[in-house]
Ligand binder design. Structure first.
Ligand code: ADP
Ligand code: MG
Length: 219
C-alpha cells in the first residue's frame, strides 16, 4: 500500500458545538491504484483529502504514506511531503497568474526537484497545450486552465494524486475528456489516484469506488 488510513477521526468546532465529520476511516490505496471517493455533499470528502494531503491533522487515527505516519512529521518534513509525494488538483485551478502556461506546468516539478523536460513535453502534447505555453492563465478557457493544473501536478510525478472534483467546473463533455486524460497520464506517470467526484458515471471509470457515508467508508 502507498496510503493506509486507519481509524481516522476528525471533528470541527462550529457555532452549534463540536461536529464529528469522520468517525473512523479505514482506507488503503495501492501503488498505481485509482480510487473514486464519492458521497453526499457535506459527507467529509474534502476533509478526508485534506488530511491525506497534509493540509490538516486528524483528531485520532493514522494516515500512513509509504510507511511514514504523517503525524510524526516535523513542519519541514510535512512541507517536503506536500511538495514531493502528493499532488493536489482542486476544482479551483490555483494557477499562478504572473507565470505563463509553460512556467506554471514546470513550477511544482522544479520545487520537487523532479523537473524532466522530456516528460513535460509529452504532457504538454497530450494535454493539447503546446500552442498555449506562452499565454497567461487569464487568456485561457476554464477547460484549458484545468488541463494546465493537471499538467502541473503530473509534471512532478507524485506518488499519489489527490483530486477534489477536478472537473466540477467544466461542462460534461469537457470534464469527461479532461478526466480521461488525467487517468491515462496518471498511469503513465506511475501515480496512484484518489479522486473525489459525485458523478457515479465518472467513478465507474476508475479501478475502485468507495462511498463516504455517516463518517465511514462503506464499500
Ligand atoms: N473548517 C471547517 N470548520 C467547520 N466545519 C467545517 C470545516 N470544513 C468543513 N466543515 C464541515 O464539515 C462537513 C464536511 O465538509 P467537506 O469535507 O467539505 O464535505 P464534502 O467535501 O464531502 O462536501 C460539512 O458539514 C462542512 O460544513
Ligand atoms: Mg468537497
Amino acid at each position: 500500500m502507498i496510503l493506509s488510513m486507519s481509524g481516522v477521526r476528525k471533528s470541527y468546532t462550529t457555532a452549534e458545538g463540536i461536529v464529528e465529520i469522520l468517525k473512523g476511516i479505514d482506507l488503503d490505496v495501492g501503488p498505481s491504484d485509482s480510487v473514486a471517493l464519492t458521497g453526499e455533499s457535506g459527507s467529509g470528502k474534502s476533509t478526508l483529502l485534506h488530511l491525506v494531503g497534509g493540509l490538516d491533522h486528524p483528531d485520532s487515527g493514522s494516515v500512513v504514506m509509504e510507511g511514514q505516519d504523517l503525524a510524526a512529521f516535523s513542519d519541514i518534513e510535512r512541507a517536503s511531503y506536500r511538495r514531493t509525494q502528493v499532488g493536489l488538483v482542486f476544482q479551483q485551478f490555483n494557477l499562478i497568474p504572473s507565470l505563463n502556461v509553460g512556467a506554471n506546468i514546470s513550477f511544482h516539478a522544479k520545487l520537487a526537484g523532479r523537473y524532466d523536460a522530456a516528460w513535460e513535453a509529452i504532457l504538454t502534447e497530450k494535454l493539447g497545450l503546446e500552442t498555449f505555453l506562452a499565454r497567461y492563465p487569464e487568456q485561457l478557457s476554464g477547460g484549458q486552465q484545468q488541463r494546465v493544473a493537471i499538467g502541473r501536478t503530473l509534471a512532478a510525478r507524485p506518488r499519489l494524486i489527490l483530486a477534489d472534483e477536478p472537473t466540477g467546473n467544466l461542462d460534461e463533455a469537457t470534464g469527461d475528456a479532461v478526466l480521461d486524460l488525467m487517468l491515462s497520464l496518471a498511469r503513465s506517470a506511475g501515480s496512484a489516484l484518489l479522486l473525489v467526484t459525485h458523478s457515479s458515471r465518472l467513478a465507474d471509470r476508475l479501478d475502485r469506488k468507495v462511498v463516504l457515508r455517516g463518517g465511514r467508508i462503506a464499500d
